[in-house]
Design a protein around this ligand. Structure first.
Ligand SMILES: Cc1ncc(C[n+]2csc(CCOP(=O)(O)OP(=O)(O)O)c2C)c(N)n1
Ligand SMILES: [Mg+2]
Length: 650
């Protein structure tokens, strides 16, 4: 097989011409016309790339090393763009971000031993959020397996509980069928990460390249479920007779591309929708029936509506503990319908009255006509629903008074202002990749996402350091999107090495660091529940603007509210990646807050005055769950963190 003439980027080339998105586009033609090598005898290493091409892989995020060198050596022949990451964790988050943004399978690559273990956090992140991903790792020669050879680690053992499935491949002829299965498993049913560990000898040996496009038959694996008509009928009857229904929408809606049907369900039945964190975007934020986010940091009116409802219609969500609060008191008056693809989620946390095991699109397409058929029977109940909506609407007033947006501009910069203005300045159209912490919750509360796959965040594992690399992956998936990273000063430092990857790939990702000088979310828990003892949460940061500049990127610092809109507009106007260091109030907290394990309706609220302190009465009320009580809730002392105050950059 001849070596393809692939021009590698060099400094001499026009940087915009060799930017990564362009590289992928340039390779698209070569991919489309790539010769069919089925039946030819190839090396195992070549078979890896042949298989990835057959699975329409266009970009892969990886880092080389001894046990994966044959695969890297063969890579040059193939029209797949390789992104050299700076740490394998970054590679796994990039593959994950690519998958979340595109709906396709993301692929990452690493060597054996430490390369493989570095992938673990990203694999677990993908597992907890059901993201289709393939992680390929090199492994020592098959004859050395089990001998503690150099860089040998039992990565299939390590990742057994955090992958949907994994494989150890010892022979070249097994590579293609294994990768075929791996992709099928990763993307079918409830998606998830699959790891394929390939011994070095399997990469070096030769075998005929055999590829079967048909879906593999895997005994015992049934990813497709057809909704049962009896359950559909029962669900339709419950819906038609409900007076105070609420729909709970999760990520499964977007995975099944069922946003249109969800909208029909809400509109045709006059039912409001509460969103999980990962469900955001599955139903437009601007729709009048969208209540907003539920759960630990959900809006008070949303959590109260859930607690008062007489029917919950859960669609593609899994009743995570951050969503339900204390199970014993969760939605006590509600019958529950659960539409969910994974049977193991049914009755796992919340006992339900009707379970429809199917993908959301399949389930809703049968449920909608069934509801319409029985609609007349439930006329009485339907009449009650406008009263229900009015009641929820009225309860929003209280929250509006407490909302930080309504406070007069005191010259202080609150994270909520930054997010709100980011939303305004990007016309609500940015693809935001948020990290984990307070800023993540403020993003969810204040950036109104109207379209699917426009908020990517680590929900299940809550992985700090996710955002920057995941945004790089997302950028490859969506080269025309306005991609923004919203990240804390702590989380940014966890994977900041990927700034170099960003610079080398010459792609545009704008970075908004919500810099509060603290591991803010942990500081908030210390404030509320640990006597205000800020142990190891004040955090020093490098001068972020200079860090950006050291990478050839532009950066600015913003310290007051009036500068936010202009700075975001400036960032958008620049051709390259831009970093903005937003110096926000240090000791602000995310409200409302349901303490872990408390009743969903027992929320700590922001007091409706300018101090921003928590509502002591509310904290006292949840004392049963909180470690400490109201005495621990202190006021805000601006610029408390001495590290922050005396930072070397000042
Ligand atoms: C890898 C990892 N380690 C620890 C945590 C626990 N944790 C959750 S939020 C948080 C603080 C995040 O701080 P920062 O990135 O500055 O964001 P902020 O909360 O200040 O907005 C920590 C330490 C985590 N989620 N992930
Ligand atoms: Mg912080």
């Amino acid at each position: 097989m001849s070596v393809l003439p692939i021009e590698l980027p060099t400094a001499a080339n026009d940087p915009m011409l060799v930017c990564a998105a362009t590289a992928i586009q340039q390779l698209a033609h070569t991919r489309a016309t790539f010769p069919d090598h089925r039946g030819q005898v190839l090396s195992g290493a070549q078979i890896i790339w042949e298989s990835l091409l057959r699975e329409h892989v266009e970009v892969i995020f990886g880092y080389p090393g001894g046990a994966i060198m044959p695969a890297y050596d063969a890579m040059i022949q193939y029209p797949i763009h390789h992104v050299l990451v700076r740490h394998e964790q970054g590679g796994s988050h990039m593959a994950d971000g690519y998958a979340r943004a595109s709906g396709r399978v993301g692929v990452c690559l690493g060597t054996s031993g430490p390369g493989a273990t570095n992938l673990v956090t990203g694999i677990a992140t993908a597992m907890l959020d059901s993201i289709p991903m393939i992680a390929i790792t090199g492994q020592v020669h098959a004859h050395l397996l089990g001998s503690d050879a150099f860089q040998e680690i039992d990565i299939t053992g390590v990742t057994l509980p955090i992958t949907k499935h994994n494989y150890l491949v010892t022979r070249a002829e097994d590579i293609a069928p294994t990768l075929r299965e791996a992709f099928y498993i990763a993307r079918s049913g409830r998606p998830g990460p699959v790891l394929v560990d390939i011994c070095k000898n399997a990469q070096q040996e030769k075998a005929p390249f055999v590829w079967d496009d048909a879906p593999p038959t895997l005994p015992g694996y049934r990813p497709v479920h057809v909704p049962k008509s009896a359950e559909i009928e029962k669900a339709a009857a419950l819906i038609n007779n409900a007076k105070r229904p609420v729909i709970l929408a999760g990520q499964g809606v977007m995975k099944a591309n069922a946003s249109d049907l969800l909208t029909q369900l809400a509109e045709s039945t006059g039912t409001p929708i509460a969103m999980t964190l990962l469900g955001i975007g599955g139903f437009p934020a601007s729709h009048p029936l969208n209540l907003g986010m539920m759960g630990m940091h959900g809006e008070a009116w949303v959590n109260n509506a859930i607690q008062e409802s007489d029917l919950l219609i859960a669609v593609g969500m899994r009743f995570d503990d951050r969503v339900t609060g204390r199970l014993a008191t969760y939605a006590p008056y509600a019958k529950k319908i659960h539409i969910e693809l994974d049977p193991s989620e049914i009755n796992k946390n919340v006992k339900v009255d009707v379970a429809i095991i199917a993908d959301c699109r399949a389930a809703l397409s049968e449920l909608l006509p069934a509801i319409a058929k029985g609609a007349a029977a439930g006329d009485g109940a339907r009449g009650e629903r406008s009263k229900w909506l009015a009641r929820i609407d009225a309860s929003k007033g209280d929250s509006a008074v407490r909302d930080i947006q309504t406070l007069p501009d005191s010259g202080k910069l609150f994270a909520a202002h930054v997010i709100h203005d980011l939303w305004r300045a990007t016309s609500g159209n940015a693809l935001v990749v948020s990290d984990v912490g307070q800023h993540q919750m403020w993003e969810a509360q204040y950036y109104k996402h109207d379209a699917p796959r426009m908020l990517l965040t680590s929900g299940g594992l809550g992985t700090m350091g996710f955002a920057l690399p995941a945004a790089i992956g997302a950028r490859f998936a969506r080269p025309n999107a306005d991609v923004w990273v919203v990240v804390g000063d702590g989380g940014f430092q966890m994977t900041a090495c990927e700034l170099t990857t960003l610079a080398q790939e010459n792609i545009k990702v704008n970075i908004a660091i919500i810099n509060n000088g603290y591991l803010g979310m942990v500081r908030q828990w210390q404030q509320f529940f640990y006597g205000g003892r800020y142990v190891s949460t004040p955090i020093r940061s490098p001068e972020f603007v200079k860090l950006a500049e050291a990478h050839g990127l532009e950066g600015r610092r913003v310290t007051n509210r009036g500068e936010v809109m202009d700075t975001v507009a400036w960032a958008k106007s620049r051709p390259g990646s831009v970093l903005i260091d937003f110096r926000v109030e240090q000791e602000d907290s995310v409200y409302p807050m349901v303490p872990a394990g408390a009743d969903l309706h027992d929320m700590i609220r922001r007091t409706p005055d300018a101090s921003g302190t928590a509502d002591a009465k509310a904290v006292a009320a949840v004392g049963s769950a909180a470690v400490d009580t109201a005495k621990n809730v202190g006021g805000m002392a601006a610029n408390h963190n001495p590290i922050f105050e005396t930072g070397a950059d000042e």
